[in-house]
Ligand binder design. Structure first.
Ligand code: TRP
Length: 344
């Protein structure tokens, strides 16, 4: 990272909570974009396990899912030679910076975050203070690495706005210490909807077993899910911008094939829904089968995955430590080291 022709490349930071197997929505809406960003940017891709524990987690499952997350990143094309891949809890500084930022965050602003309100409204949910603090920790993740660009989905936009507010407030008080991050929104298909209910996002925790295509699904499972996908009550394969099942399938097709939706419509002008779905399943299998194969191979060798994380940590830690040092000096924490700029 950071080498090259002397021109500074933008720094990208993003991550996905390691709470279950990665699915088609994660791949098309996020990871595929991350893979492409490696060409022109210095990238840090991490697994926010400290965010995961803002809701109750089984410890063994969290460990397993974190390692599986690394395998998924690699299988999808994240290159550990070019990008840092690391686990949030393994780099020191995230919680440190979150504390200091939290001291600069109006509590009302956190209480008004839509994701917090949604999670806190779930009946019977345990609402830990971590849930309220979640966006502050996310701001710390971003600001810790002086990230220029942060690829996030729509549901995380508000958190990124808060991050920008915090950076601005902190810099206004303490001088220009934090880098202002910009959201990065990928081209098309940033939202893959459930195959069973196009009104909700494809999700790893959907109760309907046919709603979500996972990276670990067999060819037969993928085909079955696309065949069972809801369409609409019309007959034509047209994107009417109505949020229907057909519109969702067209967008998935377009994203997988790398073709504009209009081209896909044209190609299927006279197709039946059944024939369209079959071709879509073929396409999904062609894209996902090699990823699945790689994922299972990687999972057989956890030592290799741990080595990748060790390397990632080695890339990330110096950046994180430098930022914490800068922040600590800015807020007035006394330093013991002689090399510091402490003035008494
Ligand atoms: N909150 C993000 C999500 O659930 C995950 C995340 C945590 C993140 N820290 C981040 C994403 C920093 C981008 C940058 O999707």
């Amino acid at each position: 990272m950071g080498q090259g022709n002397g021109k500074k490349r933008p720094r990208v930071l993003t991550g996905m909570q390691p709470t279950a197997v990665v699915h088609l929505g994660n791949f098309l809406g996020a990871i595929r974009t991350w893979v492409a960003l490696q060409e022109d940017c210095d990238c840090l891709f991490f697994l926010p396990d400290m965010h995961a524990i803002t809701v109750p987690q089984d410890p063994n499952e969290l460990r397993t899912n974190t390692l599986a997350g690394v395998a998924a990143y690699l299988a999808c094309g994240i290159d550990p030679d070019r990008s840092a891949i690391f686990v949030q809890s393994q780099v020191w500084g995230h919680a440190e910076l979150a504390w200091t930022l939290g001291c600069h965050t109006p509590i009302g602003q956190l209480e008004r975050m839509t994701q917090f309100k949604d999670k806190a409204a779930r009946p019977g949910a345990f609402i830990g203070a971590g849930l309220l603090y979640y966006p502050v920790l996310m701001a710390a993740d971003i600001l810790l690495y002086d990230a220029d660009r942060v690829p996030v989905g729509d549901d995380q936009r508000q958190h990124l706005e808060l991050t920008r507010d915090l950076a601005e407030r902190f810099n206004a008080i303490h001088g220009p210490v934090l880098t202002m991050p910009e959201p990065y929104v990928a081209g098309n298909c940033s939202r893959v909807m459930s195959l069973q209910n196009p009104a909700v996002k494809m999700s790893k925790s959907d109760g309907n077993g046919l709603a979500t295509v996972f990276l670990t699904d067999s060819d037969e499972q993928i085909r079955k899910k696309f065949r069972a996908a809801v369409t609409d009550s019309k007959k034509e394969i047209r994107h009417r911008g109505d949020g229907s099942g057909v519109a969702n399938l067209l967008e998935i097709f377009s994203a997988l094939a790398g073709l504009p939706v209009a081209d896909v419509e044209k190609r299927h002008e006279t197709s039946s829904y059944g024939a369209f779905k079959d071709e879509l399943a073929d396409l999904a299998i062609a894209v996902l089968a090699p990823i699945r194969k790689k994922f299972f191979e990687l999972q057989k060798n956890p030592d290799h995955l741990l080595q990748v994380l060790e390397r990632g940590r080695e890339m990330a830690q110096p950046i994180a430590s430098a930022t914490v040092g800068r922040i600590n000096r800015a807020v007035g924490f006394l330093e013991l080291s002689k090399g510091g700029e402490t003035k008494l």
